[in-house]
Ligand binder design. Structure first.
Ligand code: MN
Length: 180
């Protein structure tokens, strides 16, 4: 599923030397901004709590779920339609952080470019993290530890949701709606 992104988040290593990575390096390195209409890797700022789900008709249809946090969009590729009711668990592959400007992106990524295919906004709105105190003081820490709960207020999706990392490598997650 190369069109969903397959680099793991975090630092890269070269010859045993840890290379310092900027937050959007993975995003930038995958794309040719002279050829794709996608926004450039501009760093953002602010404490916004928006989310977007982009239906991405690439090599394989998937739904890119993105949460605004610390000036970027934390991102997962959900492999089937995101559930609007409890009892349905979706596989979500963690992908590279995207720039805030991506939250409004819709369009066609041309043939031959990374993620070639049509992108349309399937849902958007705001989210509220449900942080249960120590040690998860913020969204980034909760994601790093492999579990994040939040409430979505979107047009299609509303209520409590969970992202849960089950491979313990930060790559493969479940995405599902909570009961109640
Ligand atoms: Mn995608």
């Amino acid at each position: 599923m190369t069109d969903c992104g397959d680099s793991s988040p975090g630092g890269a290593e070269t010859g045993g030397v840890e290379v310092f990575r900027m937050p959007l390096d993975d995003y930038r390195e995958k794309r040719d901004f002279a050829r794709t209409p996608e926004p450039g890797p501009a760093a953002g700022s602010g404490e916004g709590r928006r989310f977007v789900i982009q239906k991405h008709d690439a090599t394989r249809l998937h739904y890119d779920f993105r949460l605004e946090d610390e000036g970027v969009l934390k991102s997962w590729a959900v492999t089937k339609e995101p559930p609007s009711s409890p009892g349905i668990k979706r596989l979500a592959i963690r992908t590279e952080d995207h720039p805030l400007g991506y939250i409004d992106f819709q369009g066609v990524i041309p043939e031959g470019q990374y993620g070639a295919g049509t992108v349309e906004i399937w849902d958007s709105g705001t989210y509220t993290p449900i942080l249960e105190g120590e040690p998860d003081k913020n969204v980034a820490q909760a994601i790093d530890r492999g579990a994040l709960k939040f409430r979505l207020e979107g047009k299609r999706l509303n209520g409590g949701y969970v992202l849960y990392n089950f491979d313990k490598k930060g790559k493969e997650w479940f995405f599902f709606k909570m009961k109640g």
